[in-house]
Design a protein. Structure first.
Length: 262
């Protein structure tokens, strides 16, 4: 499997070999969900939005059996390797945060900072939630129609509806079902106390999928982590309110990782 990413960085910098910000999308998104961040931040920093396996952007689709949390971590590491970046900052939304935890479990020496957005160390009744989502996707049988239903439940601003439906629509039902199982069924609570790099935990003000309580559970378990709310935003807060998220992310990086990101 060939990992892929959307890349952006300073025109006058040696991009390959620099310490990048690696952005990891959620189960209903593609790497395009981070375009708001790539446009805003790449004038000073190397940025890569990883395209996780099975999300529809890379053809042919993989065997759904290869869509696992460990496999996703491998996708991120493959991009870091391609950039010749022995260390990186991981920025993950929802499933992307789960992948960040998986990376910490398997390759923590490569992580110099973490930004965890709209995610969870363990999702309440995750097995049952995953079962319900899979059953609904299978019943509808069309990912674009399923995306329309999910978008309506996310409380998205009007300008976000189209891109959300498009990103769901490029996936196959089989790959999405495997990704759903991977997303909601992990348990990383035992890892939290071991995370010792600068960590920002953020959540959207109106997020009903991964609300404040789940962010607080993460932040309370990671010593020295920062907890913040993205105002006027739902589950995918980096796209719902990119200006606010970008300002918070940039401030966190400037205060904690400036010496690293050169």
């Amino acid at each position: 499997m060939i990992a892929a990413a959307r890349l952006a960085g300073p025109q006058n910098a040696g991009a390959v070999g620099a310490l990048p910000l690696l952005f990891v999308h959620g189960v209903g998104s593609t790497g395009a969900i981070w375009d708001y961040q790539l446009r805003a931040l790449s004038d000073r920093r190397l940025c890569a939005a990883v395209e996780l396996r099975g999300n529809g952007t890379q053809k042919p689709d993989p065997d759904p059996a290869l869509i696992t949390r460990d496999g996703y971590a491998g996708d991120v590491l493959a991009i870091a390797d391609a950039l010749r970046a022995p260390r990186f900052v991981v920025v993950g939304c929802s499933l992307g945060g789960v992948v960040a935890f998986e990376l910490w479990r398997s390759a923590r020496r490569r992580i110099t900072g973490m930004v965890l957005l709209g995610t969870f160390a363990r999702y309440p009744q995750g097995e049952e939630y995953a079962r319900q989502v899979r059953a609904q996707a299978l019943e509808i049988g069309d990912m674009r129609a399923f995306g329309e239903l999910r978008a309506a439940k996310l409380g998205l601003p009007p300008q976000r509806l189209h891109e959300t439906i498009e990103q769901y629509g490029c996936k196959t039902t089989e790959c999405f079902m495997a990704a759903t199982q991977a997303t909601w069924t992990g348990d990383y609570r035992d890892l939290l106390s071991s995370i010792d790099v600068p960590t920002l935990v953020a959540y959207g003000e109106y997020d009903t999928i991964a609300p404040r309580a789940l962010a607080e559970e993460i932040a309370s378990g990671i010593r020295g982590s920062e907890l913040t709310c993205i105002p006027a935003a739902g589950h995918v807060a980096n796209a719902d309110n990119p200006e606010a998220f970008n300002a918070i992310l940039n401030d966190f990086v400037e205060r904690n990782l400036t010496q690293e990101l050169v």
